[in-house]
Design a binder for this molecule. Sequence first.
Ligand code: GUN
Length: 298
Amino acid sequence: MSAEIIDGRAFSEDVKKRVASQVASLKEHHGLQPGLAVVLVGEDPASQVYVRNKNRSTVEAGMRSEEIRLSENTSEEEVLSVVERLNNDPGIHGILVQLPLPPQVNEMAVLDAIDPAKDVDGFHVINTGRQAVGLPAMVPCTPLGCIMMLKDRLGDLSGLNAVVIGRSNIVGKPMASLLLAESCTVTIAHSRTKDLPAVCRNADILVAAVGRPQMVKGDWVKPGAAIIDVGINRVPKEDGKTRLVGDVDFDEAKEIAGYITPVPGGVGPMTIACLLANTITAACRSNGIDEASLPDVG
Ligand code: GUN
């Protein structure tokens, strides 16, 4: 039996439509245009593509978009002063500093300089802590998108065994924390985990976020499990070109799993949609607007 493919592109279009109607409502009823600023330091090609896509989606949703491009050799002080200007700009409700940053700029120092209320990436320690203890917080976009797709297909996640492979601050740890908040029994697996295939075979929900191309094989998968593949790995093809693959061996895993996200077209598109949704949340909170009063459909 072949797994049901979770189409992240279609799902993200629905989220973006909802966001666009919420932007229209905020403009009409509150005279408020949500604004998102993205800061890119350096010339990393993958980051340039992400930032261009974020900018386009922000504008398409009817939001204000500010893109700040700084050269590779920008100092930490300069980046911090840009963040401070954006913190103080009332027309900007969300700030995202694209990672990775060049080595002379301390990532933690920059992330922690962002006003937690504008931290649409959810990477500030205040937001990490608030989320962990169940207080309202900005939640990292990639894990948020994963949870939305899982709940859409599985409904209530409570009591399910969830295994997250990878313990990064951006995906693995917040993903585990969100699954715990959904009352899953959560295991975080990583490079030191003993007998990883056996750990994975216990997973009703398997989230792969390690950055190792096609590492998760078909015989690691519990029959009927939901697999969320966060990996985006560029690998060579026989004709000398390259193609994108995830951390899961899709062709093998789809024969065993119940649900699976493809790469590309799974988690990736949802991340940008969730960034826009987080910007709406930030704009509402900073203006004392009840987000629940906004339209819920596109
Ligand atoms: N680089 C790769 N993914 C992300 C992300 O989700 N947020 C930021 N700020 N940088 C990234």
